[in-house]
Design a protein around this ligand. Structure first.
Ligand SMILES: Nc1ncnc2c1ncn2[C@@H]1O[C@H](COP(=O)(O)OP(=O)(O)OP(=O)(O)O)[C@@H](O)[C@H]1O
Ligand SMILES: [Mg+2]
Length: 310
C-alpha cells in the first residue's frame, strides 16, 4: 500500500532523510521509531503530500504521491504530530470540515462522524467548541479526523502523546481494528511498549537513515541478550562467568544468550546461604533501541578517535 524508495530530504543545510526505503503492506502495522530529529515527521509529511522530496519514490497504492497528490490524499488518513483542529467551531463541525477535505459525501460523512465519535468516546462532546476541549480530548478529535475516510493507508505521528491511559488504549484498539480490516498503518511513537502491544514491525530511523528493521522478536533476538540477576544477602561473592558481568550493590547481573546454562555454571560457585533471589530478565524493545541508537554514537566516537593524529 505504501512504497518508499531512496527518499531524500534536506531543509537547507539540515539533511533530514538520507535515502530511506520502506514498505507497508495492507493489514500491516509498521512502527516508525527513532530519537528526536531522526526524520519521522518529515517522512510522514512527505507521504501525506505536505512536503516535497528532494529525491526518491513515494507510491501509495501504486500511485505516485508527487504527481497525483489529490488521488493519494483520498487514500490517506493523517494524524499529524502537531494538533490541528479549528478552535472556534464545534467538534462536529471540525469533523465535517475535515471530512469534506478528503472528499467524503454529505450522507456518508454524517454516519462516519457518528462512528468515529463513538469509537473515540467523543460523542458527548460533538457540540462543544473545539478550543474548549482538554488536551487529551483534542487528541481524540485529532485522531478521529484521521479515521473519517476509512483510510487504506493510515499515518499516525505520535498519536498518543499527551493521551491518558484510556485514550491510549482506545487509539491502539482502533489501530489494531483498522489493520485487521486491511488498512496499512504507519505509526510513529516514542512509547516502545505500544509497539509490542500492536505486534507491529519496526523501522528504526536515526539521523535520516534506517538503522534496523524487523519484527520485535527478531530484533530482540538479534540485538539484546537476556540478563540473569542474582541478589545476595551481603556482598556479591566473586564468580567466574563467561560473558558480561556487572555488580551493582548487592546485585550481580550476567548478560547471557542462555540463562539456564549460565545459572547452572554459577550456582555451584556461590557460598552456601549467600543467595537471596534469582531473576531472569527478558530483554525488551527498549534494550534494542538503546543498544542500536547508543552504539551508533560509540562507533562515531571510536571513528573520531581513530582518525585523530596520535
Ligand atoms: N521546516 C523545517 N526547517 C528546517 N529544519 C527542519 C524542518 N522540519 C524539520 N527539520 C529538521 O529535520 C530533522 C528531522 O526532523 P523531524 O521533525 O522529521 O524529526 P522527528 O523524527 O519527527 O523528531 P521528533 O521525535 O522530535 O518528532 C531535524 O533535524 C529537524 O530539526
Ligand atoms: Mg516528529
Amino acid at each position: 500500500m505504501l512504497h518508499i524508495e531512496g527518499l531524500r530530504k534536506a531543509y537547507g543545510d539540515v539533511v533530514a532523510l538520507r535515502g530511506v526505503d520502506l514498505d507497508v503492506a495492507p493489514g500491516e502495522i509498521v512502527s516508525l521509531l527513532g530519537p528526536n530529529g531522526a526524520g519521522k515527521t518529515t517522512l510522514v509529511s512527505i507521504v501525506a503530500g505536505l512536503r516535497r522530496t528532494d529525491a526518491g519514490i513515494v507510491e501509495v497504492d501504486g500511485i505516485d504521491a508527487r504527481e497525483r497528490s489529490v488521488e493519494v490524499r483520498r487514500r490517506i488518513g493523517l494524524a499529524p504530530q502537531d494538533l490541528g483542529i479549528y478552535p472556534v467551531v464545534s467538534v462536529r463541525r471540525n469533523l465535517l470540515l475535515f471530512g469534506r477535505l478528503v472528499g467524503l459525501g454529505q450522507r456518508e460523512l454524517r454516519s462516519r462522524i457518528e462512528e468515529v465519535a463513538e469509537a473515540l468516546g467523543i460523542t458527548g462532546l460533538l457540540d462543544r467548541q473545539g478550543g474548549t476541549l482538554s488536551g487529551g480530548q483534542k487528541r481524540r478529535l485529532h485522531t478521529a479526523i484521521a479515521l473519517l475516510n476509512r483510510p487504506p493507508l493510515l499515518l499516525l505521528d505520535e498519536a498518543t502523546t499527551g493521551a491518558d491511559v484510556e485514550t491510549r488504549a482506545q487509539i491502539l484498539e482502533l489501530v489494531r481494528g483498522l489493520a485487521a480490516d486491511g488498512s496499512a498503518v504507519l505509526y510513529s511513537t516514542h512509547y516502545l511498549q505500544e509497539v509490542e502491544d500492536l505486534s507491529a514491525s519496526v523501522v528504526l530511523l536515526d539521523e535520516g537513515r534506517v538503522i534496523a528493521r524487523g519484527g520485535v522478536k527478531e530484533l530482540i533476538a538479534a540485538h539484546a541478550d537476556p540478563v540473569v540477576e542474582l541478589t545476595f544477602d551481603g556482598e556479591v561473592p566473586p564468580v567466574a562467568a563467561s560473558g558480561g558481568a556487572t555488580v551493582e550493590g548487592r546485585r550481580l547481573r550476567l548478560a547471557t544468550t542462555d540463562p539456564a546454562s549460565t545459572l547452572t555454571a554459577v550456582l555451584p560457585q556461590l557460598p552456601p546461604g549467600s543467595l537471596d533471589s534469582v531473576e531472569i530478565v527478558r530483554p525488551s524493545l527498549e534494550a534494542v533501541y538503546l543498544a542500536l541508537t547508543g552504539r551508533r554514537y560509540q562507533e562515531a566516537d571510536q571513528e573520531a578517535e581513530h582518525v585523530s593524529p596520535s
